[in-house]
Unconditional design. Sequence first.
Length: 229
Amino acid sequence: MPAIQDAVIELREVAKSYPGIVPVTVLRTASLRVNRGETVALVGPSGSGKSTLLNLLGTLDTPDSGSVWIGGRDVTRLDAKDLARVRNRDLGFIFQSHHLLPQCSVLENVLLPSLADRGHPPADAHERARRLLDRVGLGPRHNHLPGQLSGGERQRAAVVRALIQSPQVVLADEPTGALDRANAEALGRLLVELNLEEGLALVVVTHSLELARQMSRIVELKDGALLPA
């Protein structure tokens, strides 16, 4: 089946269960289509499988059935090497914890994804990194270590790291969960602004209704199915 035009990332009738004495079914033929430039919030109660769904979108886990499409390709058919390339080039990841390397400067942390293909950043990566750091208000801090930054600044650096490879899609798992209210609101606005400026798709898993309402669409995961909220 060909990819649907303009769908940058898509789940097609994906099911996922985990074995055990009592098997746990997380997803029951879930389908989701996200277009370029769209922002989507995934909401649902704790334990409903939101992070599992995000891991499937990010090719960090594999479905029991169904398929995952990114950039017009069925990535469930790719081998490990090609999947790693998709993660590095087509996807950007933001987590609740920033996961910055403490021994590296902000600029070095941001450039890490650009090292994967060649072992060194391409010529234009430094320029893009500095431009994005300026854009998020971290220009004067690019030589600082993560320990010298506030929580909000560290998370902004993580956002820039997710964008450095010009991905088609950014996947964010509770990106404001460790921030206070003011920093959470500011980061939410920043994500939406960067989504528009960069022309990418943004999928956010969140418990925060404030953050979810900043997205263009809210989808609820309930009883293994995805439903419009």
